[in-house]
Design a protein. Structure first.
Length: 223
């Protein structure tokens, strides 16, 4: 009998097992509409439209001796095959199911693995496997928007009042011309120093800023 073009492999890490005898069907179950395809000498393959939580099950047997139903020779003994799958089950690690020539390459957990004495020849072991698709949770990185730091307004530089000592021949008119470049700004100096100027000489009540004395300190406001 010609051999199938398909191979079924179960593996956990580097530990692998190729099934000696192909199951008649591989059943996929989920809560979505499934699609079944007939394949010569392999039975029925079922493909899932939407990759949801799927259960995969199949049944076959591990042969004691090579027969025409075997896919290859020099396969492990039934006991070795059973021990390998039971070891994987106890490891509590997922296994990978691969069916060559198809899109089936799935990481699964072993949900159930019953086996018993074979019905073919003495020493054969029948079994069934129920697997469940295993999805590795990948934490999603959430980019948090950094709060926009409002730029603080630059502090307003306030021009400082400067001090000026009256010299011989000074007038508010002349001082304003030197400090502001505009003699008409003398009233700014007058208003800034009015109280002190009048206190120094009361005659300034009649003639504003006319009487300023040498050595008197004036406050010169900014432009």
């Amino acid at each position: 009998m010609p051999k199938s073009v398909y191979e079924i492999w179960l593996s956990q890490g580097k530990d692998k097992l190729r099934l000696p005898v192909l199951p008649e069907t591989i059943d996929f179950a989920s809560n979505v509409q499934n699609e079944s395809v007939k394949v010569s000498r392999f039975g029925e393959l079922t493909f899932i439209d939407d990759p949801g939580a799927r259960e995969i099950s199949f049944a076959s047997y591990f042969p004691k001796r090579h027969t025409s139903q075997c896919e290859y020779s020099n396969f492990p003994s039934p006991e070795n095959c059973i021990d390998k799958i039971e070891k994987w089950l106890k490891n509590k690690e997922p296994v990978r199911l691969i069916v060559t020539g198809t899109k089936i390459n799935i990481l699964c957990s072993i949900e159930d693995f019953p086996y018993g004495e074979g019905e073919m020849d003495i020493g054969d072991r029948t079994y069934s496997v129920r697997l469940k698709e295993y999805k590795v949770a990948t934490p999603r990185k959430i980019k948090q928007a950094r709060p926009v730091q409002k730029k603080r307004p630059s502090p307003v530089k306030t021009a400082k009042v400067t001090m000026y000592t009256v010299k011989k021949g000074d007038t508010l008119w002349a001082i304003a011309g030197r400090k502001y470049g505009n003699n008409l700004q003398w009233r700014k100096i007058w208003n800034e120093n009015k109280a002190q100027i009048i206190k120094r000489d009361a005659r300034n009540n009649r003639q504003q800023g006319h009487w300023i004395h040498i050595g008197f300190k004036l406050r010169i406001p900014p432009k």
